[in-house]
Ligand binder design. Structure first.
Ligand SMILES: Cc1cc2nc3c(=O)[nH]c(=O)nc-3n(C[C@H](O)[C@H](O)[C@H](O)COP(=O)(O)OP(=O)(O)OC[C@H]3O[C@@H](n4cnc5c(N)ncnc54)[C@H](O)[C@@H]3O)c2cc1C
Length: 538
């Protein structure tokens, strides 16, 4: 080798696989890299952010080589270089991404689209600061292995005298049983290839882990009210969000291709098409409700950090944050909630960014919201309620840390073994489940909520509560089947919040389930029921 041979050191940053941090702002890894760069202390010259749509959580058979439109791959995108054209009969090496009990696809069309949009927006953001994003499908460890092999074999060396070397894999640690398995797999693969892995704290929550008082997960209280007491005044508790990077290290000149038998599209439309294809080909509901003429979705939003920030700003300038009602308000619809959950779930936005915007508004620190009710008048009921709701998010995540796989167990955190559940092994229960997923239970409110959720990907907290309790307590069917149907439908599915809330509703969580206040019967609610079922209160 000539002495002049340069080494292009590459830090592989596994941006997100099941990792939910699709943002530039308040992103600890990117912030750290940018700081190293500004101080000329980066031990690497290039950065390779990689996002993997995880085969376990979302159906990826729509990307099998025979399924992908060839024109989506025959372009100049360096991320698709040298993809071998697989045979038209390519088969997925992964089992279908279906739920355990009900066998529904785990991710339905609303979330799939929002997810793809969010990834694509992150890609554009990374490009705007000199980097890029390799978007892949599969299993995190398989994709990582193919990347490490690619560079080790010298395929990444783009010109004579330049050698590429991977110096590390950085990954954010997340709560969740499967998420931890993925992390272990990353360590295993990287270890085999002699590459170091560094894990980072997940900082998209309101309270930073380093500010919690618990030494071990066992100490996390079993009730939200006890947990809340240990946090201190909520308005002072969150840390400041981190600024976005001005510039990042260059994206590698050569990027490992998508491992076969899949092909990675090079457009957002290609990604959406590939994610929706298997869902369209194998519909879950035999006679699904059709979209009622004139019905309006409560969730009309586009995935991605830019859209999240714009929405947050709108909530402030419109004064909606001052008028935010906590869920004890009886509304099943209307502008009583922020609709921020889907962006939070994918990490397009962090809770402490929301907190900072609220604080700036309360203190009149910026002009944002200056004409809105409550501006510069300190904390009000609306802003305090939003903080409290965000703290629930933190709490469920900690419950997930404490209870691990009990999050998904029929007997719940509580270990509730005495309850008799009906299982979907007989025709009667099977029919009840089918009626449920098609929004045809015969109960007006339940059907309205189910249809709204299926057709739009969203329904209010109150709607979710009522329906989850109906399924688990009134029908008495294995609550996980109802939960799995929600998982398919919801745009804002977030593992800890989701299963924690369902345990609550099913009465197997560790905290006594609070009673849902009755729905406020009024013009708005009446219109809601009519909208989704064609009928109203009688
Ligand atoms: C059966 C069931 C399933 C649920 N599944 C999810 C889920 O998968 N993902 C999810 O984020 N929330 C879930 N929730 C909680 C809550 O219903 C949603 O966060 C909320 O409806 C989302 O709408 P929003 O963003 O307008 O919330 P808002 O009412 O505006 O609340 C603001 C934010 O606070 C957080 N929040 C509010 N209520 C809760 C809660 N009960 N638990 C945890 N965080 C909360 C959310 O991040 C939300 O975006 C579930 C609730 C139930 C009863």
């Amino acid at each position: 080798m000539p002495n002049s041979e340069k080494t292009e050191k590459i830090l592989i940053y596994i941006g997100n696989i099941v990792r939910r941090e699709l943002r530039l702002t308040d992103n600890p890894i990117l912030h750290h890299i940018s700081e190293l760069l500004s101080k000329n202390r980066a031990p690497f010259t290039h950065l390779l952010p990689v996002y993997v749509f995880p085969a376990r959580q979302i159906e990826i058979s729509g990307f099998l080589s025979s399924n992908t439109c060839s024109d989506e791959n025959s372009n100049n995108d360096i991320t698709n270089e040298s993809i071998p054209k697989a045979s038209p009969t390519a088969e997925s090496p992964y089992p279908p991404a279906r739920s355990v009990v009900g066998r529904f696809p785990r991710c339905g069309p609303h979330r799939a689209k929002f997810w793809a949009e969010s990834v694509w927006d992150f890609k554009s953001s990374l490009e705007s600061v000199g980097s890029g994003l390799a978007v892949r499908v599969g299993r995190i460890d398989d994709v990582l292995e193919s990347i490490l092999d690619y560079f080790k074999s010298g395929k990444g060396n783009h010109s004579a005298g330049v050698k590429c070397e991977v110096v590390g894999v950085w990954i954010t640690a997340e709560e969740g049983v499967a998420e931890k398995t993925d992390e272990r797999n990353v360590f295993r693969v990287a270890g085999m290839k002699g590459v170091n892995v560094r894990t980072w704290k997940d900082e998209k929550y309101l309270i930073d882990d380093r500010d919690l008082v618990y030494m071990t997960p066992k100490e996390i209280p079993d009730t939200f009210s006890e947990f809340r007491k240990t946090v201190g005044p909520l308005r002072d508790a969150p840390r400041k969000p981190l600024p976005p990077p001005d510039i990042l290290p260059a994206f590698p000149t050569r990027v490992p291709p998508q491992p076969s038998p899949f092909e990675a599209p090079s457009t957002l439309d290609g990604w959406i098409h590939g994610l929706l294809k298997p869902l369209k080909e194998n519909p879950v509901a035999m006679t699904p409700p059709s979209y009622p003429i004139g019905a309006t979705s409560q969730h009309i939003y586009h995935g991605g950090e830019a859209y999240a920030l714009e929405h947050l700003k709108n909530l402030i300038t419109s004064g909606e944050i001052t008028n935010f009602k906590d869920p004890s308000y009886g509304a099943i619809c209307g502008d009583h909630s922020t609709k921020l959950a889907a962006w939070l779930a994918l990490g397009c936005l962090t809770a402490r960014q929301i907190h900072e915007h609220l604080t700036n508004f309360e203190r009149g620190k910026t002009h944002l919201g200056q004409y809105a009710e409550g501006y510069a008048e300190g904390e009000n009921r609306g802003t305090a309620n939003i903080r409290l709701e965000l703290l629930w998010r933190d709490y469920f995540r900690l419950c997930s840390r404490k209870y691990g796989c009990k999050l998904f167990r029929l007997e719940g955190f509580k270990g509730e073994l005495d309850r008799q559940w009906k299982h979907a092994d007989g025709n009667e229960v099977k029919q009840q489940v089918q009626n449920f997923i098609e929004g045809k239970t015969g109960n007006l409110i339940i059907d309205a909520v189910l249809r709204e959720m299926y057709l739009t990907g969203y329904t209010s907290d109150k709607g979710r509560n009522i329906v989850a309790k109906y399924f688990s307590k009134q029908l008495g069917i294995d609550w996980r089947i109802g939960a799995e149907w929600f998982e398919y439908c919801l745009v804002d599915y977030d593992v800890s919040e989701f299963w924690g809330n369902w345990q609550y509703c099913a009465g197997v969580g560790n905290d006594p389930s609070w009673e849902v206040p009755p729905i406020r019967v009024g013009e708005v609610q009446e219109a809601y029921l009519k909208q989704w079922t064609g009928d109203g209160f009688t």
